[in-house]
Design a protein around this ligand. Structure first.
Ligand SMILES: CC(=O)SCCNC(=O)CCNC(=O)[C@H](O)C(C)(C)COP(=O)(O)OP(=O)(O)OC[C@H]1O[C@@H](n2cnc3c(N)ncnc32)[C@H](O)[C@@H]1OP(=O)(O)O
Ligand SMILES: O=C(O)CCC(=O)C(=O)O
Length: 377
């Protein structure tokens, strides 16, 4: 697993999420930050859309990034020409290969699958391009047909093969079974493209990697069609922390990248979003705060600095005395046992009334007011 490769598609599948639009300046800014962070390949968009999308892609191509840049194409010659017109040297050609897709797109004619693959792949190769071939809806395709298709793409000269779980119906076990079979028949790298319809995109992408795939198509914050794609930050941190695979990606800027996507997409994340959510290093509960104050590892899987974020200890309904005593001592207020218990009771009461935790200022006010009313200060 030491050679896992990230090909991020935030600027293609990510932007396909309903209602999301990145303008040209945002697309260039996102690509640039990903490049600085060390993402080796970026799927930058769909040149065949023309207009502002083609302009944005050309803008990225002309930005002098180190990352390899890939354009997404249907198996249509004019799409490939649009990619060339944007200055791209790498193209991805997507071909629908499940019965459902072939029926909807090619009137059920499998001959069209072979013909489209051959004509567009040969065309792109003749133009000197690097070609990645994608099997759309591979997870629902007939398995022999999928293998035949992948081998044909390899024989024709494709440099990489993308296995797509287009509607996110795989589990880690079925992913493993399918990818293992594919690996036996291919020598070119296999890329995982997984969707999150059942909340399994990251798990399935990692299962694919364990089964022998070497590339992952990710998106920042898991943005993408419907429930989204495998999240870049989850894949990178799971590989780093759980699989001990170092990808030479500067993880300390992952939170910053996530924030850039929130800003550009206008879509906020739930605070509990894995890796980059606001609450990933926030502790309120008494037992957790007590543990973290002694050793952060008790309730944190890795240090917040690893992703460029910080630890927060907040006082609220579930807090205990250790946290109160600790926080207040930082403000020169020392509590004995009895007083801390009384203040904790008030904190609980107030939290329930306000249906939230208390800010530090509110906690300090509470203590001061209590002390005044008891003639302590
Ligand atoms: C699983 C995925 O995420 S695939 C990527 C999806 N992304 C997008 O669709 C976003 C960008 N798309 C677009 O801008 C437009 O759909 C375009 C420019 C590609 C095409 O626009 P239109 O010509 O108006 O076609 P429309 O979107 O209505 O239909 C898609 C056409 O592409 C065909 N098609 C779909 N996928 C493929 C493919 N992989 N290879 C070849 N043809 C395909 C469809 O059969 C349909 O053809 P038809 O018009 O002959 O029926
Ligand atoms: O690239 C492809 O082949 C299709 C990618 C895709 O977005 C999908 O199948 O969900």
């Amino acid at each position: 697993m030491s050679n896992v490769y990230i090909n991020d598609t935030t600027l293609r599948d990510g932007e396909q999420a309903a209602g999301i639009v990145f303008n040209a300046a945002e697309k260039v800014a996102i690509a640039s930050l990903m490049d600085i962070i060390g993402i080796p390949e970026l799927e930058v968009g769909i040149p065949a859309m023309g207009g502002s999308e083609a302009e944005a892609i050309t803008g990225i191509v002309n930005s002098g990034l180190k990352a390899s840049l890939l354009g997404w194409n249907r198996a249509v010659i004019s799409d490939i020409n649009a990619s060339i017109a944007c200055g791209l040297k790498r193209v991805h050609i997507a071909v629908p290969i499940s019965d459902i897709q072939i029926k909807a797109k090619f009137k059920g004619k499998t001959a069209v699958v072979w013909e489209r693959l051959k004509s567009t792949l040969n065309f792109a190769l003749d133009k000197g391009l690097f070609v990645s071939v994608g099997a759309e809806d591979a997870s629902r395709a007939d398995e022999s047909f999928l293998i035949e298709f992948a081998q044909y793409a390899q024989d024709l000269g494709a440099s990489r093969f993308r296995f797509c779980d287009t509607v996110g119906i795989l589990s880690p076990l079925t992913t493993t079974q399918k990818v293992k079979k594919l690996v036996k028949h291919l020598t070119i790298p296999i890329e995982m493209h997984t969707h999150n319809d059942f909340g399994l995109a990251t798990a399935n992408a990692l299962a694919g990697i364990q089964a022998g795939a070497t590339s992952v198509n990710t998106t920042v914050n898991g943005l993408g069609e419907r429930a989204g794609n495998a999240a870049l930050e989850e894949i990178v941190m799971a590989l780093k922390q759980l699989y001990k695979v170092n990808l030479s990606i500067n993880t300390s800027r992952l939170r910053e990248l996530s924030q850039l996507i929130i800003q550009a997409s206008g879509v906020k994340l739930p605070p509990w979003k894995a890796i980059v959510g606001d609450n990933i290093f926030a502790h309120e509960s008494g037992i957790h705060a007590h543990g973290v104050l002694k050793d952060p590892q008790t309730y944190e899987p890795f240090a917040p600095e690893e992703i460029g974020w910080e630890r927060r200890l907040v006082v609220g309904k579930h807090s205990g005395r250790s946290l109160l005593i600790n926080l207040l001592s930082q403000h020169g207020i020392n509590l004995d046992y009895e007083e801390s218990q009384k203040i904790l009771d008030s904190v609980r009461h107030l939290s329930v009334q306000m249906k939230r935790n208390l800010t530090t200022e509110e906690l300090l006010d509470l203590v001061t007011n209590r002390r005044i009313s008891h003639g302590i200060v």
